[in-house]
Design a protein around this ligand. Structure first.
Ligand SMILES: Cc1cc2nc3c(=O)[nH]c(=O)nc-3n(C[C@H](O)[C@H](O)[C@H](O)COP(=O)(O)OP(=O)(O)OC[C@H]3O[C@@H](n4cnc5c(N)ncnc54)[C@H](O)[C@@H]3O)c2cc1C
Length: 325
């Protein structure tokens, strides 16, 4: 069955000010590369009458270092540019290389990745299928088919770059008619499949601000096919160590298991002040997976993904171990 796009008006502002003004219309939606939005429109998950493309805004594209030594990545920068960049922290480039396929990475933007809608086996079906099975909560219905007795949507956050950006303690600049604001990227997400982002509908994510990277960091991703798939579990970890190889700070972020990336704070607390021995890594991995409630809302079974959460946390922590010189 061919899925066709619904009719819509495409606006192509050339400046951020013009884009912000266009987004005053509550019916308008932002498009970056369109690799997620356009398939959703074809499936009639969203049917915005007006789509505002950020592509023509040159100031929103590219990577540079600011006066504070932060790496600033414009929201319209395509993932392939980040994947091959020698300026961004290597862990961010490595995560970008693991998104989708080369064709998609050459179109998809980092802004779109950081604002990616949540996904679920039910909502990501074509319209006729959803009509036949009954619309779910995220689709305007009254029930979440993943957990029909509950009253929330369990669609999952599936971005590869978000867990890494949180692990690196990045911030984002948001622009709207009320002006600019900069917030920690961690504050952009909340664990609800529908209201998964805290930014308002008329705000534009303008850039990602990556602090000077003095941490050891890694990203581990479970997916069915290494050539193209979304994460089924994604673990980003970042830590600092002193000269005795004792961990002095840590962040462990688990993606693709909930509607927002989850911070494994108990595991973080466990490893700070200790050396990353095998025993400590195993204990931290079990601790990190304990609060994770995977659902059958994506590929592979929920119990397997929960088990893999601890496996991938332990692999990520092993990546951080400081080897003997
Ligand atoms: C086959 C396939 C495989 C994929 N695999 C992966 C994967 O492995 N990992 C992964 O992370 N993603 C994956 N994706 C999802 C998607 O391609 C990427 O996340 C991509 O980075 C989205 O960027 P985009 O510019 O195309 O976003 P768009 O589709 O243009 O936008 C996505 C959402 O973000 C909003 N948005 C876009 N830019 C901004 C902005 N600057 N400010 C505010 N809101 C904005 C849009 O309104 C929309 O809701 C895959 C997609 C496909 C089709």
């Amino acid at each position: 069955m061919t899925l066709r796009l619904p009719a819509f008006e495409l606006l192509t502002p050339q400046t951020l000010e013009a884009a912000v003004a266009m987004l005053a219309d509550p019916a308008a939606t932002i498009i970056g590369g369109g690799t997620d939005l356009l398939p959703k429109m074809k499936r009639r998950q969203v049917t915005p009458p007006t789509v505002v493309s950020l592509r023509g805004i040159t100031e929103m594209s590219g990577i540079h270092t600011d006066d504070e030594g932060r790496c600033v990545i414009g929201a319209s920068t395509v993932l392939e540019q980040i994947a091959i960049s020698t300026v961004v922290p290597p862990v961010l480039a490595a995560a970008a290389r693991q998104v989708a396929s080369p064709q998609i990475r050459n179109t998809a933007t980092i802004g779109g990745n950081l604002c990616l809608d949540t996904r679920c086996n039910y909502i990501d079906m074509p319209e006729l299928w959803r009509q036949a099975s009954g619309h779910c909560l995220k689709d305007g219905g009254e029930v979440c088919w993943i957990a029909p007795k509950g009253n929330r949507c369990w669609a999952i956050s599936s971005s590869d770059l978000v867990p890494v950006a949180i692990a690196l303690d990045c911030s984002v600049r948001l622009a709207s008619r009320d002006g600019d604001r900069v917030i920690p990227i961690e504050d952009l997400y909340q664990n609800d499949g529908i209201a998964h982002q805290t930014m308002s509908g008329d705000e534009i994510l303008v850039e990602l601000l990556v602090p000077r990277c003095d941490v050891r960091a890694t990203y581990r991703k479970l997916r069915r096919r290494d050539s193209i798939d979304f994460p089924l579990v994604g673990v980003a970890a970042a830590a600092r160590f002193d000269q005795t190889k004792t961990c002095t700070s840590a962040r462990i972020i688990i993606g693709a298991v909930a509607s927002a990336p989850l911070r494994a704070t108990d595991a973080e607390r466990l490893i700070v002040g200790r050396k990353l021995t095998e025993d400590v890594i195993e204990e931290a991995a079990q601790l990190a997976a304990r609060p994770v409630r995977t659902q059958d809302n994506t590929d592979m079974g929920s119990r397997y993904r929960k088990w893999m959460t601890s496996v991938y946390v332990s692999r990520a922590l092993r990546d951080l171990v400081v080897e003997d010189a």
